[in-house]
Design a binder for this molecule. Sequence first.
Ligand SMILES: [Zn+2]
Length: 347
Amino acid sequence: MSLQEKLEALKHETLAKIEAATDLVALNQIRVETLGKKGPITEVLRGMKDLSAEERPKVGSFANEIRDALAESLEARKEVLEINAMNEALAKERIDVTLSGKQMPIGTRHVLTQIIEEMEDIFVGMGYQVVEGYEVERDHYNFQRMNLPKDHPARDMQDTFYITDEILLRTHTSPVQARTMEKHDFSKGPLRMVSPGKVFRRDTDDATHSHQFHQIEGLVIDEKVTMGDLKGTLEVLMQQMFGADREIRLRPSYFPFTEPSVEVDVSCFKCGGQGCNVCKQTGWIEILGAGMVHPNVLEMSGIDATKYSGFAFGLGPDRIAMLRYGVNDIRDFYHNDIRFIHQFKGE
Ligand SMILES: [Zn+2]
C-alpha cells in the first residue's frame, strides 16, 4: 500500500470515528490520536525521507490536505456536540414557570378590626379625629371625670379588674375623651373625636357578654350643639352601617356622664320593621347609648359649660358584627378559631 493509499484509508477511518463520537471527551481523544505527535499522520510524514525527491512534495501536500480536512471535521463535530450538550443541559435544568407554586396562606384582618375601621372611616369623613388611649387607666379618668365619684352606685354597672385601688382596666373608652377634652384648644375649633379600643368588665362570660370587648365612643363639643345634631349624626352612622333605609329612635335612659341620656334603637335591617328573630319581633334593635355631655363632665375638663355643649355616644363593634353577620356567641370573636375567622375575609 502506497503512502497515499494509507493516508486515504486513515482519512476515511478517522472521519467515521469523528462522526460516531457522541461527546466532547471522545472527540478530543480522536484528535489526539490522529493529529498528535505520535499519531499516524506524523508517522507518515516522518517516513517521507525515504521517498524520491519528486514524490516527496506530492505526498507532503496530500498529507497536509488530509490533516486540514480532519482538523476541520473535528472542529465542526465539536461545535455540534457543544450545542447538543448545551441543549441537553437547558432541557434538564429548565424551570417551568407555568407550574403552580406553593400556596402561601394569606391572613385576613379580624372581623372586629374590619368593623372598627369601617366606622372610623365614616367618622373621619365627617371631620372627626380618631384618638386611642390607655387600656390600664386611673380611677380618676375612668370614673371620677365621668361624673362617677367614689361610692357612686352606678359604678356597680361597670365593675372591673383592679390593679390597685386607683389603677384599673378601663371599663369604657371614655377616659380617652376626658384626656382629650382637657387638652383641646377651642380657639382652634370644635372637638370632634371617636375613640375605639378594648374595654373590660367583670361580667360573667356568656353568649352576649365577655370580660373583654370593644367600644367606639364619640364626642362632639362646640357652641350650640344640640340633640338634633346627635340624632342626625347617629342616623348617618346607622344608614352607612346597616343600609340607607334605616331609621333610628331615641328612648330616655340614664348614664352618669350625659344629661339627658338616651338609648338608641335602629329599625331592623333584616325585616325592615315587620318583626323577626333578629329584632325579637319588635322591628327595632337596641344599638347604642348616647346623650348630651353632662355639664359636670365639661367643667371637670376645664370647659365652660355655659358656653359649650356637646353630645357623646358609645357603641360596641362586637354587637354590630354579631347583628350584621348573625353571630350568636360573642365569645366566637375571641376564640381564634381559623374556621370562624376565615368567614370574614373583607375586601
Ligand atoms: Zn327584624
